[in-house]
Design a protein around this ligand. Structure first.
Ligand code: SAH
Length: 223
């Protein structure tokens, strides 16, 4: 198995079952209840998504730098967003904005049909595409682009998950939701963001606040 080979190559210490179990326990204590989501946190090798120098900290419940001024999301937030996205039932087509290092993508991958993932930083996307391939994750279509306008050619989506924060909810993303579809997105200025979940009912969008979060800003254009 390719993933196993990489794990061995980078040392088994930080990947020990006990270290991962401690992280799962912590997320449970903080209210993550969905077993399929907890199982993904247990099984996705997060240490492969960060720089080797930070690998020993990969199973702490913290955001960590991944280069290009970006971060890998905190496991609790990834779990919370995945749980919120999945709460309405099985999802076939999912749009992800802000691929980054691909950790959220890897957690979500076996739980949905196809992921359409957009990242504005080309160098990051190339690295992530390679890693996810090596981990045997193949149900992801990548796009180097600006996620503000979604991916109209592939819409509608059963779920949309956004890993960077705009000041206000982009109307284009709401319009690309299928009936009953769900958008999970942090909204607000740096330091004062709220995680929101919107569910589409015809032309109405049911709104739910999921708590305070801290994400990098959703920027304009590509890099
Ligand atoms: N999902 C990642 C977290 C990525 S951090 C994880 O699992 O850890 C947020 C990412 O959003 C960064 O990689 C950043 O480059 C990207 N981003 C910011 N603005 C964007 C935009 N307009 N379109 C696409 N990606 C964007």
């Amino acid at each position: 198995m390719v993933a196993g080979r990489i794990v061995n190559h980078r040392g088994i210490g930080m990947t020990s079952a006990r270290t991962r179990e401690r992280l799962v326990q912590r997320l449970q204590n903080h209210g993550i209840a969905d077993e399929t989501v907890l199982d993904r946190i247990r099984n996705v090798p997060r240490h492969l998504f960060v720089d080797e120098a930070l690998a020993s900290r990969a199973y702490e419940d913290n955001a960590l730098p991944i280069g290009q001024g970006q971060t890998i999301s905190q496991p609790f937030i990834v779990a919370r967003m995945t749980e919120a996205l999945m709460a309405g039932g099985p999802l076939d087509k999912v749009l992800e904005i802000g691929t980054g290092c691909g950790y959220q993508t890897a957690v979500l991958s076996p739980l949905v049909g196809t992921i359409y993932s957009i990242e504005r930083v080309g160098a990051l996307l190339r690295k992530t595409r390679k890693l996810l391939g090596e981990l045997g994750i193949h149900n992801v279509r990548f796009r180097h682009g600006d996620g503000w306008k979604g991916w109209p050619a592939k819409a509608p989506f059963d779920g949309i998950i956004v890993s960077a924060a705009p000041r206000e909810t982009p109307e284009e993303l709401l319009q690309q939701l299928a009936e009953g579809g769900r958008l999970v997105i942090p909204i607000g200025p740096s330091g004062y963001q709220t995680l929101m979940a919107y569910t589409r009912h015809g032309d109405n969008f049911e709104e739910r606040e999921l708590g305070g979060v801290s994400f990098v800003p959703l920027l304009q254009g590509v890099n």
